[in-house]
Design a protein around this ligand. Structure first.
Ligand code: PLP
Length: 415
């Protein structure tokens, strides 16, 4: 049996934060999203594929900051490019710097739908501006959606502080269910500005689900039939499934697409990219501006991240490692006979527990992730993980071994 981690500093900081920040921590990083009392709440440093908490415990970081870390933490070549920009040019000015065009030209090459694009800061900026552009272009109000698209009024799940009128025209559909979309479109199609979806389904706490054969093609056809736009939210799939996102892999091209997360290895950037006809709504109909959107540091980081990813075939290598990792984990799960499944291979590894009437799965889930964190593998019970380029073969072998041991510990609960 592994011992509980020493987390004194974490809990001290948490107590202090309770008096400073409502709930101490924002959103998905709150302790309730992990195993309370077992996981650290504050990290101090990170390097490559590892993170160290404020008590000095070092973990294999398989959450990768919820997606942005695609190469590794503190990647010197990227950080040096950013530091050079700070020292030699500056990054926050009253006019836009020329690196905007350099990055835009690169993305035009990489992303199939990207005839034009705008740079924002967060994924939520990109998805929300996509919806605004679609509503402006079509002069329609309704949106069909599926999946997490950020924290803004039209889509966030927790409705506190949001008048119903701001989301009453947003209708949820079930992923991989074309009949459901057809049914909704038969009722609302003439008012639907856009269908927005993540090309891979990655709902919180549930298995990662790949698109069924013909699903994305079917959605594409339906939008064309009704004159609605198709928006892909590629915040997680962009620069991970393929450089140009899932659309590059599947060949099913949306009208508009949102990118962010992995594109700049941790520096904050979002992109709304799309076909010129739709993007040109931003010329004089749709307003989009922020003090910080043109800030060039993340653009410099994105260019350098992309350069490294292309030069070193980063995604090919992550794919290779992820496929191997998935195979080993599946074998461990089968041997253990613990009722859980592995999904998301090779880009979004996730172990979820099969639901049962007696809710044993909740106990198994808690025990599994408790055992895993005690063995210094940082994964989240309610969110899939990620693999980055700097995860070494040894890191992944260690993680796989610890997963096997943690599954083994779960067996006690099944007797
Ligand atoms: C699929 C998807 N869309 C949009 C967002 C929102 O991005 P951000 O948190 O950068 O605003 C996220 C963030 O997790 C996401 O996973």
């Amino acid at each position: 049996m592994s011992k509980k981690l020493s987390l004194d500093n974490t809990f001290k900081l948490y107590e202090e934060a309770l008096g400073l920040i409502p709930g101490a921590i924002l959103g998905i990083r709150r302790p309730s999203n992990f195993v309370e009392g077992e996981y650290p709440i504050f990290f101090e440093t990170a390097k490559g594929g590892k993170v160290v908490d404020v008590d000095g415990n070092e973990y294999i970081d398989m959450l990768c900051a919820y997606g942005p870390i695609i190469i590794g933490h503190r990647e010197e070549e990227i950080d040096n490019a950013v530091i050079n920009q700070i020292r030699e040019k500056g990054f926050c000015m009253s006019l836009t710097q020329s690196v905007q065009n350099t990055l835009a030209k690169k993305l035009q090459e990489l992303i199939p739908c990207a005839e034009k694009m705008v740079f924002v800061k967060m994924g939520s900026d990109a998805t929300t501006s996509a919806v605004r552009v679609a509503r402006s272009y079509t002069n329609r109000i309704k949106i069909l959606r599926c999946g997490y698209h950020g924290w803004h009024d039209w889509c966030v799940e927790q409705k506190g502080g949001i008048p119903e009128k701001l989301y009453e025209d947003v209708i949820e559909f079930e992923y991989n269910n074309l009949e459901h979309i057809k049914h909704l479109m038969s009722q609302h199609g003439d008012d639907v500005a856009a269908i927005i979806l993540t090309p891979i389904n990655h709902p919180g706490g549930h298995e990662v689900e790949m698109p069924k054969n013909g699903f994305l093609e079917g959605v594409r056809e339906i939008t064309e039939e009704y004159g609605s736009l198709l928006i892909y939210d590629e915040i997680r799939t962009g620069f991970r499934v393929a450089m140009g996102g899932h659309q590059q892999k599947s060949g099913v091209i949306p009208d508009l697409s949102a990118f962010g997360k992995a594109m700049a290895n941790g520096y904050p950037i979002g992109v709304l990219a799309g076909k010129q006809e739709f993007m040109d709504e931003l010329v004089d109909k749709v307003f989009l501006s922020s003090t910080f959107f043109p800030n060039s540091l993340a653009q410099i980081a994105a260019l350098k991240t992309i350069e490294i990813m292309e030069r070193e075939n980063v995604l090919g290598k992550i794919n290779e490692k992820g496929t191997k990792f998935a195979k080993v984990i599946k074998e461990h799960i089968e041997e253990s006979e613990v009722p859980c499944v592995f999904t998301g291979e090779p880009w979004m590894p996730y172990i979820t527990f099969k639901r049962d009437a007696k809710n044993l799965y909740k106990k198994l889930r808690e025990e599994f992730y408790r055992q895993l964190i005690r063995r210094k593998v940082f994964l989240q019970p309610f969110h899939h993980g990620y693999i980055c380029y700097r995860h070494t073969t040894e890191d992944l072998e260690y993680a796989a071994e610890m997963i096997a041991e943690s599954l083994n510990e779960c067996k006690r609960l099944m007797k």
